[in-house]
Design a protein around this ligand. Sequence first.
Ligand SMILES: Cc1cc2nc3c(=O)[nH]c(=O)nc-3n(C[C@H](O)[C@H](O)[C@H](O)COP(=O)(O)OP(=O)(O)OC[C@H]3O[C@@H](n4cnc5c(N)ncnc54)[C@H](O)[C@@H]3O)c2cc1C
Ligand code: FES
Length: 256
Amino acid sequence: MKIKECCTVISQECIAKDIYSMWISTKAIAREAKPGQFVSVYTKDASRLLPRPISLCEIDREKDALRIVYRIAGDGTREFSRLRAGDTIDILGPLGNGFPLEEAKGKRVMLMGGGIGIPPMLETAKAIQGEKIIVSGYRDELFLTEELNAAGQLYLATEDGSAGTKGNVLDAVKANRLEADLIFACGPTPMLRAIKAYALDKGIPCWVSMEEKMACGIGACLACVCKSTEVDGHSQVHNKRICKDGPVFLSTEVEL
Ligand SMILES: Cc1cc2nc3c(=O)[nH]c(=O)nc-3n(C[C@H](O)[C@H](O)[C@H](O)COP(=O)(O)OP(=O)(O)OC[C@H]3O[C@@H](n4cnc5c(N)ncnc54)[C@H](O)[C@@H]3O)c2cc1C
Ligand code: FES
């Protein structure tokens, strides 16, 4: 069930250069939300009609609150970064399918996040019972490491080598000889492509959360399609709508 709400900002802080963390009080969205889902966040500027999709970083169902962590990419996210506690913000959600937590039961799960794909891995890791290996890849400045460390066994990779393994998340996997039965990943497409190839080579089932520019966010406009291996039941072509059928797909279902 997706709901559009006028929500109240509980708090907002800058947690790294151009990266902001916002807790938002909702009436029902948080209660309905699952890890790996996202919300469409509306700007107040009438010249920007389309909402911005942002993943759920944490879900507090008891307090009916959501945490989003986002990078300033353009005018919409810059506007969000100026909001303060008590301000209101329109949100539609929860949207998308989320990570298949039932697949993780009894398995050693590796959660891989790169850059702004790291935030959704936090709530996903918190929701998984059992062994969790979290591998986070940063350009240089770290964020969310304290929370990720509390949610699982955390390994870091940085492009400049300032923390953890120098390189990307797969370099950290190799350097630490990490092994898993299942992979959940979110990050830029080149990273997901490399993880898909690694998982295929090792025979590990792998689910990836994909990003694409979106318009409606609810499956109606086809702005966000990606190529799929199977014919889609909705459009009868080799397409999947990332906003509605995803954003999480079995890596072998989609072309990366
Ligand atoms: C399912 C989903 C979940 C997302 N979760 C997060 C998140 O948790 N945190 C976060 O920081 N960002 C996330 N994004 C990306 C975020 O939606 C864009 O950064 C945001 O819409 C940019 O809006 P803007 O008005 O600030 O910038 P714009 O002016 O609209 O764009 C600025 C730049 O960002 C690029 N861009 C815009 N939308 C996207 C997109 N969807 N993917 C990649 N590049 C884009 C544009 O091409 C342009 O170069 C997510 C995107 C999707 C589809
Ligand atoms: S954004 Fe409209 S169908 Fe996905």
